[in-house]
Design a protein around this ligand. Structure first.
Ligand SMILES: Nc1ncnc2c1ncn2[C@@H]1O[C@H](COP(=O)(O)OP(=O)(O)O)[C@@H](O)[C@H]1O
Ligand SMILES: [Mg+2]
Length: 466
């Protein structure tokens, strides 16, 4: 009889024994029996609502299920409630290192060790070491899954814009939305993706630019548009470029600003963000990784987070101020986790699918990536052709693989050998595009939970419908 079986038997005799429940749940987790682990941790938390191990367990399961944002929210809440509980910091550090936030991750890990040296985790230490940014972190190309790229306010001059350009009314603001930059990005910086650009023009740009037409038909401009698709395929990029195209102000909130609001329980900040957008209309308000806010987390919504979500919905509905000219844009890899309440009319009532980069897009990504490497005249067209379904991150992985290989040779000979098209094609054939896993999940939702054709674009992309 395995240890797990033994525990299960013991639990049959004493189903409400908290230490037993914990052992059993942790055993299930170790064996990757995630649903069983989740159920058991939940039971434990129902019995002992402040049990930190139980809450941490649920966060762990969530993390292993790939719901990173939700896991982060859960751990951050746990830390808020029980700031002395070291293992929570370790898990958060682990989540953040995966999200490309090595600096915050290291800080958290150090805090954990200070609280309790026994939580040392050598695997995590190794990851933290490897993730340390070398000198200034390289700007583009970024790795997919990087999340904190969206924290700035930008204003673009242009027709619809009749002011002095300075965003108004946002001094009392500690979400880090204070740095100002003029976005130089426009659609011409986004390679390929013509269909997507046309979609965005129709659903976002024209309505903002032709406000008077819409008014003539008594149609409000504003509301929300949700961009969804596999990670690393340009959602963040195209959102920024859209701001440049719309010639409206742009305020972006990244994952961490959203999480900070959760932690601070900060309806007030949410309101301020919308107020700034209203004062600076026409304005695009962008929530990156919006599932961190809008995820269908009924149990969480019972608790502290509820007021924040309600505040967000009230702002979106225009109950707190006139949203004329404010367009809310959200990006997510996990649209199926978005609470249906967020999709009601006036909220995120339009969606745009951002597919993996098409061939011209891959060519332009490859062009950017190849700039920093010694390369013998690269046939970018051929490479783009050989990398269907590759995301931006996958293309980076291809470069990394090929570089490693060539470096190994160079170390033997002591000569710098340039990368060739052949090296890269070889590397590409060894790398399985990560978008495949995304499409596997998406396909299930699209086939079995395709409310009102919500995921038709995914089905079209997969060639399952026309
Ligand atoms: N069409 C494209 N043209 C140029 N670069 C792209 C394109 N699509 C993705 N990239 C690059 O790939 C990387 C990942 O894109 P990102 O916008 O962060 O993806 P997402 O937000 O969907 O996870 C970025 O470095 C981005 O510049
Ligand atoms: Mg992104």
């Amino acid at each position: 009889m395995s240890k797990l079986d033994g525990l299960r038997l013991a639990l049959e005799h004493s189903p409400d024994n908290a230490p037993l429940l914990l052992l059993y749940a942790q055993g299930c987790l170790e064996e990757f029996q995630l649903p069983e682990a989740r159920e058991t941790f939940l039971k434990l938390v129902r019995l002992q609502p402040t049990n930190p191990e139980g809450k941490l367990g649920i966060a762990r399961v969530t993390f292993l299920e790939g719901k990173t944002s939700e896991a982060a929210v859960r751990v951050e809440q746990l830390i808020e409630e029980q700031p002395e509980f070291a293992p929570a910091y370790v898990l958060l550090a682990r989540i953040l290192v995966g999200e490309g936030e090595p600096k915050r991750a290291s800080d958290l890990y150090r805090q954990a060790l200070k609280l309790n040296p026994n939580v040392a985790d050598s695997a995590l230490e190794k990851e933290l070491d490897e993730a340390k940014p070398a000198q200034p972190p390289p700007s583009p190309p970024k790795r997919a899954g990087m999340s904190s790229s969206g924290d700035y306010v930008e204003d673009v001059e242009g027709e619809g814009w009749k002011d002095d350009g300075a965003p108004k009314g946002g001094a009392a603001f500690d979400l880090g939305i204070s740095d100002m930059e003029r976005p130089k990005l426009s659609f011409s910086d986004v390679g390929g993706m013509e269909q997507l650009k046309e979609d965005i023009r129709m659903k976002i740009i024209y309505p903002l630019q032709h406000a008077e037409l819409f008014r003539a038909y008594d149609k409000k401009i504003g509301g929300g548009v949700l961009l969804y698709g596999p990670p690393g395929c340009g959602k963040t990029l195209i959102s920024k470029a859209t701001a440049g195209e719309v010639k409206a102000n742009f305020i972006a909130l990244g994952l961490h600003q959203i999480l900070d609001m959760w932690i601070g329980n900060s309806e007030k900040h949410m309101h301020e963000v919308f107020e700034i957008a209203r004062k600076n209309a026409p304005c695009v308000l962008f929530f990156d990784e919006v599932d961190a806010l809008a995820a269908d987390r009924k149990d969480l919504r019972q608790s502290a987070g509820r007021t924040l979500i309600n505040q967000f919905l009230a702002e979106l509905d225009g109950a707190e101020g006139d949203n004329e000219g404010v367009l809310v844009l959200g990006a997510t890899n996990a649209p199926w986790h978005i609470d249906p309440a967020f999709r009601r009319p006036g909220r995120f009532d339009r969606t745009i699918f951002v597919p993996p980069p098409d061939e011209p897009a891959r060519e332009s990504i490859i062009e950017v990536m190849s700039k920093k490497k010694p390369i013998a005249d690269l046939d970018m067209k051929a490479l783009a052709k050989r990398t269907p379904e590759f995301s931006g991150a996958d293309l980076k992985a291809m470069f990394d693989l090929a570089t490693e290989e060539v470096l190994a040779g160079a170390m033997k000979t002591g000569k710098v050998v340039p990368l060739t098209t052949k090296d890269l094609i070889k590397a590409a054939s060894r790398h399985k595009p990560t978008t495949k896993a995304w499409f596997e999940s998406a396909k299930n939702y699209a086939l079995y939970a395709n409310q009102g054709g919500y995921y038709d674009d995914v089905l079209k992309h997969l060639g399952l419908i026309k």
